[in-house]
Design a protein around this ligand. Sequence first.
Ligand code: NIG
Ligand code: FE
Length: 408
Amino acid sequence: MKLIGPFKQIITLDHLPIRGKISDEDLEIITAGGILIRDKKILKVGHFETLKSENPDAEIENIKGEKIALPAFVDSHTHICFGGNRAGDFAMRNAGKSYLEIAENGGGIWSSVLHTRKASEEELLKTLLERIDFQMSLGIAAIEIKSGYGLDLENELKMLRIIKKAQEKTSVTLIPTCLSAHLKPKDFKGNHEDYLNFILSEILPKVKEENLAKRVDIFIEKSAFQPEESKNFLLRAKDLGFEITVHADQFTPGSSRIAVEVGAISADHLEAISDEDIDFLAKSETAATALPGASLGLGEPFAPARKLLNSGAILAIASDWNPGSAPMGNLIAQASVLATYQKLSTAEVLAAITFRAAKALNLQDRGILKPEMKADFAVFNTDNFQDILYKQGSLKAEFVYINGILTY
Ligand code: NIG
Ligand code: FE
């Protein structure tokens, strides 16, 4: 048994609703707090001195200075396993080039596919671990990571196996997702339907056999996969036993509706969602994930997070860190900017990157500091939790505890 503290503030995120609006007055803040841990889990969160006298056997891990603790953050949507970079795309886009012109100049998702296919496993693993380390410096301890830059059997499996290898080297929880349906690869002989059938009959059985991912994603968009074929694909992936998540309503509306209809665990992007579909999504069990990093990378509008919350949605915020549309990778900076433009309370943002993001990944054991939860928490060198979003991503975590162990 171990007691960690004292903390100037512990923001537990306990006793908050899983969906809809939250005001900052609803946040539970324990001052002069301590976290009591046993077997990787939280036993109790409370006043440090009280916990100390109640548990004389507990080993004390003293926190010096005025620091705060809150649940470690969860980044529920990333593409951080990739080769090469797309700085050229970024510059061309800013200089006014269209998507088509960029693709014709060797850019776009396909260029990341070529770089990722070419990259050695060592190189991919090394850069992936570096990105995980950067995320840990922000206070993140669980990261979803998609395939989708392999787009053939060999390279999709290569990506997922590298994510599995990375998991052996980090205590950050990695949640792999198969995104073979990111795009129909240019070198595939056949139409969209043939490619989706190929994923279902060739890729997913192997993914299952090797236990490489439990989740399947698809990019539904004019330039990628169309609504009807996608729905059919998702229902069949579900039949194979996969959880579903969808890249939905990024540029054109309609696909978040499909996500809800197939019982997806989350619908992500939503920059172009219609008012009618906001309501449909908000009333469902499908989490609505805003990806402000993609809006910042592309110069597109932000997802209507305020409207989603007002309608009662389970709002998560994730980084979408990828080499093309969201190269920044700083979830805290992005969540803070989204809060400014969409008028979100601090409580709503913190919920969206902790227990609501955990819900979007079907992780029931984290995101709140309360008994029985995994003892994953981030410590910041400040006496006021509001500083985290106020500093817009420049305040890094001082420590990250994973399973109650000082990890970063
Ligand atoms: O989530 N929208 C599709 N996929 C990614 C972009 C990937 C890329 O551009 O490489 C996204 O934004
Ligand atoms: Fe994405």
